[in-house]
Design a binder for this molecule. Sequence first.
Ligand code: SF4
Ligand code: SF4
Length: 347
Amino acid sequence: MKKLKDFEKEINKCSKCGLCQGACPIYKLTGNECAVSKGKFVMLSGVLKGDLQLNKNINSYLDLCTKCGKCSEFCPAGINVCEILQTAKYEYISKQPFFKILKIFHKLFDTIIRRCRSPFRAKSSGTREILYFKGCVNKIYPKTENALKKILSHSDIKLTDADFSCCGLPFFSAGNLESFDDVKSRNSELINASGADTILTDCASCESTLKSYGTINKNFVNAETLIAKLDLKFKFKKHYKVAFHKPCHLENTDFLQKLMANCENVEFIEIPETCCGLAGEFFIKKPEIANQIAQKRAEEIICGGAEIVLTSCPACVIGLKKALLGKNIKVLNLIDFLSHADNITNI
Ligand code: SF4
Ligand code: SF4
């Protein structure tokens, strides 16, 4: 496992250009220099030089981050910010007395997720097999999985399963890099040893985390892209005005234009790209800022005029439902929405 010291060169690559400030949802809201990667690197530089202690205070600034990775996207030096911040966090929390309890909790969580066998899970038919990596929410409550199987029953695709662990994002976000490494090795072995050439994901965060392993030698496809490629047509009797919330971890929305064009009676409304405010455990650790981000997101959606907001991450579904509580706007996973079409055809 890498140490903070191993990232010294990477941290020193930061030119303090400040481009990350325009991308960071927390900096944009608070103007707090310590919220964004630039300020965090100044602190971590101080730690590496021995001028600062990696203490509770610095840990609290490390928590002032949704792990959206937007700063890395905009960073001209291409610094992998989240990996550095979480390595620093691991170095702090792994020395704290509660770390052992955190590891037991994460182990238990993964065991429960792996053993989840819902009796309400639909069967998959078809002849062309694709290995399906289910997100944690789907493992417990297979609503999106069943919706996906209903849609894919109009194709030749059959989804196959394996005894996967959680992708590990909750462990990574908490700074428990030991448990993250365990599930990373386990999932990588299962995927690489399978005969599949493609891994299907149903959650933007799972897909981005699996890709971040850097150890999987297969292709990735998310459920939305797969459906768009199948060119299925979705006919709705009732007219719907919908918007799409892009999860921070979703690489692109290239599938959207095709899917919307293939939906009859669905009007698509563009909305800005911002965070829903949930961001894993961020909304528990920094509830005031999380609520402010969520309220801003709710205002943008309400201004857009959509009656349904679609997204492709179960956590964003929860975050948006929370943000839009009491408003007359539905929040749905895009796959669930498509499965409710009155007619699905592959012509
Ligand atoms: S990962 Fe997101 S929230 Fe964290 S510092 Fe970068 S832009 Fe800001
Ligand atoms: S964009 Fe990158 S190089 Fe520029 S200040 Fe932010 S972290 Fe440093």
